[in-house]
Design a protein around this ligand. Structure first.
Ligand SMILES: [Zn+2]
Length: 452
């Protein structure tokens, strides 16, 4: 009798283990099933070279960018088109981790919890928000330089253009891709994953703080003699700008004025406005986390703070978050969070709607409107309206010093105030030289194509 009781107890314990194991499996299946199904170890979805062989990537107009043929991942025709869309489409081997083939593998394989994945060559049609033709224009405008160009709709969040350079042709991968300096960082999406010194585009943040914290700002004038002593050192301009209002100082991009404003505001205040502007946060772009900018403002000496206030010192900004800030300036202080997926057509399932998400308040409405007007004035006063025909454009250039033996980074960022084309944009040309000249010219070509 004792023996039977013992055996019964043992059976109960074993049954308990079985139930617990099953429960754990079901839990992990629900939690990680999509990950298992779209993992490169799954030979139904990945070929022997590790390339995802499920799903088609298209642009917003339905033009195929990458699909599967005969068990192989293939790309669109047109070398420039392949290079210009590489960073949004991705490479077959997962080197570009922010590309659709990696970041949206789950959407491409058509995975659902109950149905599983569809298997090779039967995946989903993933429509990206980008316009491949606009990407080509932007890629060609960069003219072989490293950098990034992006345009997005600040009301809907749709990213219409996203180029990162250097790029390469995924159909014939260069032999020296990993060793040649000209391909340095080719796997990196500079728009989403990098940070750079902002230079004078950052004056739009110092300006926001000054407008709110210094009530007499718009009545003040300053006289720039080309340089000024601020704290323990000099702050210099490219020229003596003479007597200026705040609006003129922004159009002139006067370091002396904005350096003095930064020192007057103090590091704590400036830091608060940088954080409010969203420049130290990460955005989730269709699930891809952007790089966070960083700023060293608190407790630094006045001269360093003056340089930080004009976008130098240790300032470092992510191009995507800067573009969103531009959108918020145009849009009364808030903007849509960027997204890259327009829709996903899964076999036999209805389209899943994509929701527009908004940022929190990055600027007060009145502040945003004042900065927007001043940035529109920049174009007529400094950059030239002829370069941007028929556009209600607000912009700020930046020429960010990156070292004595290197050409500065060229920036041009801004927005269109246009019901039909509510676009914000950012252009960065690494070591490109003058922001207004070099990056401004890239922006001109891309914006003309975008509003056509
Ligand atoms: Zn000046």
């Amino acid at each position: 009798m004792k023996k039977i009781e013992k055996r019964a107890a043992l059976c109960l314990v074993l049954a308990g283990f079985l139930a617990a194991g099953l429960a754990l499996f079901l839990f992990r299946f629900a939690a990680d099933g999509s990950h298992w199904a779209s993992s490169p170890f799954n030979r139904h979805l990945y070929n022997s070279e590790g390339a995802l062989i499920s799903g088609t990537v298209l642009d917003r107009n339905g033009d195929m960018l990458s699909t599967v043929q005969d068990g192989k991942r293939v790309y669109t025709n047109g070398k420039t088109r392949r290079k210009a869309t590489l960073h949004v489409v991705g490479d077959p081997y997962g080197n570009i981790s922010t590309g659709a083939l990696s970041a949206f593998a789950q959407e491409l394989t058509g995975y659902t919890l109950l149905g599983g994945a569809y298997g090779a060559e039967k995946g989903s049609d993933l429509y990206l928000t980008i316009d491949a033709g606009l990407n080509e224009t932007a890629y060609e405008a960069l003219n072989g330089k490293k950098g990034t160009v992006a345009v997005y709709n600040y009301k809907t969040g749709e990213v219409l253009c996203l180029v990162s350079a250097p790029s390469y042709d995924p159909r014939s991968i260069p032999q020296d891709l990993e060793t040649n300096e000209k391909y340095e960082g080719a796997y990196l999406n500079r728009f989403l994953s990098s940070t750079f010194p902002p230079g004078s585009v950052f004056k739009t943040v110092t300006l926001a703080a000054a407008l709110e914290q210094l009530p007499d700002l718009e009545e003040r004038t300053w006289t720039c003699e080309g340089s000024a002593q601020i704290g323990g050192g000099m702050v210099t301009c490219t020229a003596a700008h003479g007597e200026q209002t705040i609006s003129e100082a922004l159009a002139n991009s006067c370091n002396v004025v904005f350096g003095q404003l930064a020192a007057e505001l103090g590091g704590d205040t400036l830091n608060r406005y940088v954080e409010k502007a969203g420049l130290t946060d990460s955005y989730s772009v269709s699930g891809i986390s952007t790089a966070k900018g960083s700023f060293d403002l608190k407790g630094v000496a006045d001269n360093d703070l003056a340089w930080a206030g004009v976008g130098q010192y240790h300032d470092s900004v992510n191009p995507c978050s800067l573009m969103v800030y531009m959108g918020a300036i145009a849009n009364g202080g808030k903007a849509a969070v960027p997204c890259l997926i327009q829709k996903v057509d899964r076999p036999g399932l209805p389209d899943l709607p994509q929701f527009t998400r908004s940022t929190g308040r990055l600027l007060n409405r009145e502040t945003a409107d004042k900065i927007a007007d001043m940035m529109v004035n920049n174009v007529s006063a400094a950059y030239g309206t002829k370069r941007f025909p028929d556009m209600d454009l607000g912009a700020k250039s930046g020429t960010a010093q990156v070292g004595a033996d290197q050409k500065p980074h060229a920036w041009f960022a801004g927005f269109l105030r246009d019901e039909e084309h509510p676009y914000a944009f950012v252009v960065l040309v690494e070591n490109g030289g003058s922001g207004a000249e070099v990056a401004g010219t890239v922006a001109s070509k891309v914006l003309k194509a975008a509003v056509q």
